[in-house]
Design a protein around this ligand. Structure first.
Ligand code: SAM
Length: 234
């Protein structure tokens, strides 16, 4: 990853030498609900008014790293009065996500091709409700923890962006990442509502209400315990 001014830089979609079906869909079929890295930040502070055309008090959640979008689509379908914005770096899962979430005519979700480390360029303070971070890349090789999305700086940004009463849900297969993240969380203002090292044997409402993501299903098949935490902004 290329960093400039301490920020990760990603390539610009418009300068790609060979557009493909996914990059074309991003700029055509899904243009009003799928935003490339240049158009996405123009929605900062205006997601409800300009993208979803909904009142400012409508709940609007965010998911970082949607992958193929199974969770985002399920969330959109089960929460017709909520809105959700997904962040994803790769074009194929980005378009898979928005296509899945818009099936049946639903229009309560949007996606951005955006790097999570630049989240503060996408949302204003007090603009978002709940945050979902499911199985982010664990970056377990030495000297790589600096690339982990769940870190004290990003959590502090998210805290400022969230409306009071909102939660952050973080799940990971990586025990190493999870234990490291617990120390990062101590440096934030969040209250821990629930945490477990083994979600699927926790006999909790969080287990009962859990939606199994694509990666989660792979880890369950491999008998890997799922680490889970839910944080609250009071
Ligand atoms: C391991 S996958 C998990 C996908 C999905 N959440 C699931 O549970 O099945 C992580 C996803 O995050 C995306 N991703 C990785 N780093 C990211 C970043 N800095 N910003 C946004 N998305 C990112 C990857 O492209 C990938 O689709």
């Amino acid at each position: 990853m290329d960093y400039k001014d301490g920020r990760p830089k990603i390539n610009l979609t418009r300068t790609l030498p060979r557009p493909n079906a996914y990059t074309i869909a991003l700029e055509t079929e899904f243009r009003d609900f799928a935003f490339n890295e240049e158009r996405a930040p123009l929605n900062k502070g205006k997601w409800r008014s300009e993208v979803f055309h909904t009142p400012e008090d409508s709940p609007m959640d965010v998911e970082i790293g949607t992958g193929t979008g199974m969770h985002l689509a399920d969330h959109a379908m089960k929460n017709l009065k909520r809105f959700i914005v997904g962040l994803e770096l790769k074009y194929k899962p980005l378009i898979q996500t928005i296509r899945r979430a818009h099936l049946g005519g639903l229009r309560n979700s949007a996606v951005c091709r955006y790097h999570a480390f630049n989240l503060d360029l996408l949302f204003e303070k007090n603009e978002i409700n709940n945050m979902y971070i499911h199985f982010p890349d664990p970056w377990t090789t030495p000297r790589k923890p600096k690339n982990r999305v769940v870190n004290r700086n990003i959590l502090n940004w998210i805290y400022e962006m969230q409306r009071p009463g909102s939660f952050v849900e973080f799940k990971t297969d990586s025990r190493e990442y999870f234990l490291w993240a617990l120390d990062e969380i101590k440096e934030t203002k969040y209250r821990t509502e629930f945490q477990t090292l083994d979600l699927h044997n926790s006999n909790s409402i969080y287990q009962n209400n859990n939606f199994r993501t694509t990666f989660e299903n792979i880890f369950i098949r491999q008998k890997i315990e799922i680490n889970y935490i839910r944080l609250i902004k009071d």
